[in-house]
Design a protein around this ligand. Sequence first.
Ligand SMILES: C[S@@+](CC[C@H](N)C(=O)[O-])C[C@H]1O[C@@H](n2cnc3c(N)ncnc32)[C@H](O)[C@@H]1O
Length: 236
Amino acid sequence: MIYLRRPKRTMLKKKNRENPFEDPEVAKLWIKSVEGERNRSRDISLYPALKEWLKRTGQQVLDLGAGQGIAYPFANKKKYIGLEPSATLRRRARKQFKKIKIVRGDAHKIPFKDSTFDAVFSMNVWFHLRKPEKVAMEIARVLKPGGKFIIITANPGAYKRWRTFFPGSRVSGTRVVSQVKVPLVILPRQVFYLHSRKRTLSALKKAELATEKQKVPADYRKWRLFWIIEGIKPAK
Ligand SMILES: C[S@@+](CC[C@H](N)C(=O)[O-])C[C@H]1O[C@@H](n2cnc3c(N)ncnc32)[C@H](O)[C@@H]1O
């Protein structure tokens, strides 16, 4: 394996340290990766699962950590809102999709009123979240009773494989700071949390969200890198 030089801490502004996607250079590389990726996990397992789930939800849909709004077309005629902290990614979303609604915000403090959404989803975001318990509470708060959620995240059973994408990583507890090899490019710095399966499921349970279905789909290399959790906010 080729180990790449570790970026200097000074390369990123302080505000971009926790979420490096807020650094325009990182965001631009990410755009290139997502838009250039073909026939890998996204096309084979993630997008089909999300599209199928969206057919079964109500109208008002929130995409937590929407990136450049890649999932917006899957929501088709629904009322989609993306929440995204990175200005560069929000700009890209608006350029690609003229009618997209995408707002600035953090999943730990979702800027919407209680019971606003019929459905909340997050794709490849959960492993960037410092406090999944707080985010689960926020999802429960903004969902209407009977509203659905889906979380597409890293499969904790495949963390050993995930670690091969993080060359020269610095690990402290469950927090990993590293360069990351994504399709087509290398992101100079990312922050990941290797949340355990137990922590995620208990965060959802504590937020009174009911988990209904879990899937670990085989991807293009049969690696099972992803974990898909579906559930509902029970109507009381
Ligand atoms: C790996 S990207 C995934 C983007 C998009 N969901 C996709 O699948 O293309 C992770 C995204 O989560 C966002 N993100 C990171 N921390 C976040 C937080 N605390 N709240 C909301 N979004 C966050 C990043 O800005 C980035 O757009």
